[in-house]
Design a binder for this molecule. Structure first.
Ligand SMILES: Nc1ncnc2c1ncn2[C@@H]1O[C@H](COP(=O)(O)OP(=O)(O)O)[C@@H](O)[C@H]1O
Ligand SMILES: [Mg+2]
Length: 293
């Protein structure tokens, strides 16, 4: 098979592992920087040029789209979908998962427990927003933040108000959430591929940090999920329509809450913590959906 990996960082662990796992299974692997793709939209024959040459013969793609280029990345995937090429992450699902508000709305609608969240467009309602999530401390999040950047813990009403007002004043969309203190800076990441949990880890934030992100210095250890935890992760990925998903869950006194669903979850932490060939599982998922002209 000829498999494309949409990635802007050919040397990253995740991209390298996908290339390796694909080659091991006898495939030709192309790493395409989606920002270097020219999309040609015309009736009957949508196609793509990459660095001046038309892209042909792809049997499937694996998108690894960074948060800062969601718009263009989604457009490239949509173009591939128009060309009937299988994408391990669909364009619509990528867009859904990238907007934290939309993601939480979809999860809540599906009856999935999430941290109580509020959203407002004007600083006028700041007290209301803090009150409805149960008062301070609150977590304030940029709607399109990632890797823990743009996630702030405000301990007091005064600090929460000044942060919320500052963001809304410059028209940055934010979400205000109840702070799940009991989770103690830990969460569970379940890696879902094609409706199955292929690996899971517990992440713990660096000393003094409530954020468990590995990019912020957190550490990961292997964890065995209960049937209920697995089912919750699978349901969340399914609700967003994601073939590949990193489902993050927080342990709270009300039970397990889904905090977010990532559409380009990193492979390094999960492979090292679990010893599972996750890249191989992703390649096999593409194999099962091979597109032939
Ligand atoms: N409401 C919350 N209560 C407690 N911890 C939280 C809450 N929201 C986020 N966190 C912690 O902060 C981390 C980053 O938040 P997250 O919403 O996943 O944003 P990002 O997309 O930047 O990873 C989470 O992994 C979790 O450890
Ligand atoms: Mg996260």
């Amino acid at each position: 098979m000829k498999i494309g990996i949409l990635s802007r960082s050919p040397h990253s662990y995740s991209t390298q592992r996908l290339v390796e796992a694909g080659k091991q299974r006898g495939h030709e692997i192309l790493v395409l920087d989606h920002l270097q793709c020219v999309l040609v939209i015309e009736k009957g024959r949508p196609h793509i040029y990459y660095k001046g040459e038309e892209v042909t013969g792809l049997n499937g793609v694996i998108p690894r789209i960074g948060a800062s280029v969601t718009f263009y990345g989604a457009a490239v995937i949509r173009q591939l979908e128009m060309m009937k090429i299988f994408s391990a992450v669909e364009s619509q699902s990528l867009v859904r998962s990238r907007d934290k508000l939309r993601c939480l709305q979809l999860l809540a609608k599906a009856g999935i427990n999430i941290p109580k969240s509020a959203f407002a467009s004007t600083p006028k309602h700041v007290d209301n927003v803090i009150d409805v999530v149960g008062g301070t401390p609150v977590v304030i999040k940029l709607l399109e933040g990632t890797q823990g950047i743009g996630v702030i813990l405000a301990e007091t009403r005064n600090s929460a108000k000044s942060v919320i007002e500052a963001f809304l004043d410059v028209e940055v969309n934010i979400l205000v959430q109840e702070f799940i203190k009991e989770s103690g800076g830990e969460d569970i990441r379940a890696f879902v591929v094609d409706g199955q949990v292929v690996g899971a880890m517990k992440r713990k934030g660096a000393e003094g940090d409530f954020r468990s992100n590995l990019h912020r210095g957190g550490t990961a250890t292997l964890v065995k999920l209960t049937a209920e935890e697995k089912a919750l992760a699978i349901k969340s990925a399914k609700r967003l329509g994601l073939g590949i998903a990193g489902v993050d869950m927080l342990q709270s006194k009300k039970g397990l809450l889904v905090n977010e669903v990532n559409s380009s979850p990193g492979l390094e932490g999960i492979e090292k913590a679990t010893g599972v060939d996750i890249a191989g599982k992703i390649i096999e998922y593409v194999e099962r959906n091979e597109f032939n002209e």
